[in-house]
Design a protein around this ligand. Structure first.
Ligand code: ADP
Ligand code: ADP
Ligand code: ADP
Length: 217
């Protein structure tokens, strides 16, 4: 199964992806996690994207498309994968179509901007695994520590309110048009296009998970 989770930063893509990927035994392909790993490793790619990421901008389509094309060639992708945070622009989506990558489902998780700001200001992550928590909505068992490893949780640099507002503006401008892009594709190509589903992303983690599962049927 090949799935795209679409939604604003903070909509809950990563949180739901952990659950869905475990259930269907497919890898979670988060371009954000891949880029953060490159920044941490200090690689050439990391040096190129560090500042753009810190200030909430988008990394170039060329870099992202190259990264994803390479990633989906790997052995663990034979039974499918889940894209989390990709595609984020129309050219990224078109590149997948041109490469003949058949997506089965596009699931949009829709959350209002004010809720996003609350979520991202309380988001804490475990850098080693990418596991996501929230200080109030989804707290770890021990404050400030990852449930599995016991290692420290951190706040991402780009989760400061001003940067969040900028990322939201970019989302509405560059990424939200993908909603009509995929709806149009489905209208034109029917069963040969990804099935598009819209989910209201406000509610408990479990409520959202069951809606995502329903969309994937
Ligand atoms: P979030 O989970 O909050 O949506 P991500 O972890 O997906 O954020 O992405 C973090 C940052 O990495 C983005 O703000 C952007 O700078 C960069 N990035 C990630 N994915 C993409 C992409 N598909 N296209 C361009 N930039 C990306
Ligand atoms: P994304 O990957 O779309 O950027 P995340 O999965 O990282 O979003 O979620 C952003 C923040 O919101 C995290 O702190 C997460 O724990 C929290 N969160 C996720 N889903 C919900 C939900 N249904 N209700 C409340 N908070 C949530
Ligand atoms: P494990 O025992 O493998 O750590 P958990 O049940 O603790 O598994 O969950 C792992 C991660 O997934 C945690 O961040 C948790 O908050 C999150 N999680 C748990 N249940 C759900 C759910 N229904 N939907 C989304 N995320 C969930």
């Amino acid at each position: 199964m090949r799935v795209i989770l679409l939604g604003a930063p903070g909509a809950g893509k990563g949180t739901q992806a952990q659950f869905i990927c475990e259930k269907f035994a497919i890898p979670q392909i988060s371009t954000g996690d891949m880029l953060r790993a490159a920044v941490k490793a200090g690689s050439e790619l990391g040096l190129k994207v560090k500042e753009i990421m810190e200030t909430g901008g988008l990394v170039s389509d060329e870099i992202i498309i190259g990264l994803v094309k390479e990633r989906i060639q790997q052995d663990d992708c034979v039974n499918g994968f889940l894209f989390d945070g990709f595609p984020r622009t129309i050219p990224q989506a078109e590149a997948m179509l041109e490469a003949g990558v058949d997506i089965d489902h596009v699931v949009e998780i829709d959350v209002a901007d004010e809720e996003i700001v609350k979520r991202l200001s309380g988001r804490r992550v475990h850098p080693g695994s990418g596991r996501v928590y929230h200080v109030i909505y989804n707290p770890p068992k021990v404050e400030g520590k990852d449930d599995d490893s016991g290692e420290d949780l951190v706040q991402r640099d780009d989760d400061q309110e001003e940067t969040v507002r900028k990322r939201l503006a970019i989302y509405h401008d560059q990424t939200a048009p993908l909603v009509s892009f995929y709806k149009k594709l489905e209208a034109e190509k029917g069963a040969n296009a990804p099935k598009y589903s819209h989910i209201q992303g406000v509610g408990s983690l479990q409520e959202i998970t069951s809606q995502v599962l329903e969309a994937l049927q």
